[in-house]
Design a protein around this ligand. Structure first.
Ligand code: DX5
Ligand code: ZN
Length: 218
């Protein structure tokens, strides 16, 4: 069963608690939290305080996507705030393996993120160490962008590697995922779908989640 991870980046921040409760009721699996620092990506969003605020109101997995330079500086804070998964971009940290170890040292799952241009080769030697690989299907920084279809072959490639190596990392995709693109991703091998505007951009969040799920034929 494919997991759905609504991204609160597109939520109404004036009632964030209600937004989280609503998607939990609609059977979301993860809450995807986009942390941006204005350096690694042009946008600035939220930090550990927001995660700390959400933690007590939901039992869903808090899937924290760190789009920040040198994420190793903040791993402890995000872990203490209640993150369940912390994902870092290949290009943001000099010692990727050490950063993965650091995340695990706090009992948190570690993910690694590939930008649309980043080849799988860049993470080949840490695949056995991660719990999740996040394939960006847009360039990171903003919600509501169009799905980049050339990333689909990367999802397929990753699925094949997972199959051959028998490793058990999850394959997650992020960006431009909607009822139009979800099935394409799942057929290619995606196991977790992040969706921001396709969920929180719709009046009825629950209907939006149902629509995405019903578009998946698997
Ligand atoms: C983009 C973020 C995404 C974003 C996705 O940098 O990583 O998680 O919220 O938004 P949509 O689903 O609208 O493309
Ligand atoms: Zn994200």
């Amino acid at each position: 069963m494919v997991k759905l991870a609504p991204s609160i980046l597109s939520a109404d921040f004036s009632k964030l608690g209600d937004e989280v409760r609503e998607v939990e009721k609609a059977d979301a699996d993860y809450i995807h939290i986009d942390v941006m620092d204005g350096q690694f990506v042009p946008n600035i969003t939220m930090g550990p305080l927001v995660i700390e605020a959400i933690r007590p109101i939901t039992s869903l997995v808090l899937d924290v996507h760190l789009m920040i330079e040198q994420p190793e500086r903040y791993i402890e804070q995000f872990a203490n705030a209640g993150a369940d998964i912390l994902s870092v971009h290949v290009e943001a940290t000099k010692h990727l393996h050490r950063t993965i170890q650091l995340i695990h040292s706090f009992g948190v799952k570690a993910g690694v993120v590939l930008n649309p241009h980043t080849p799988i080769e860049a993470i080949k030697h840490v695949l056995q160490d991660v719990d999740l690989v996040l394939v960006m299907t847009v360039n990171p920084g903003f919600g509501g962008q169009s799905f980049i279809s050339s990333t689909v072959s990367k999802i397929e490639e990753l699925k094949e590697i997972k199959h051959q190596t028998k490793l058990d990392f999850e394959i997650e995709v992020d960006g431009g995922v909607s009822d139009k693109t979800a099935n394409l991703c799942v057929e290619a091998g995606a196991e977790v779908l992040v969706a921001g505007s396709a969920v929180f951009g719709k009046q009825d969040r629950s209907a939006a989640i149902k629509l995405i799920r019903s578009s998946i034929t698997e």
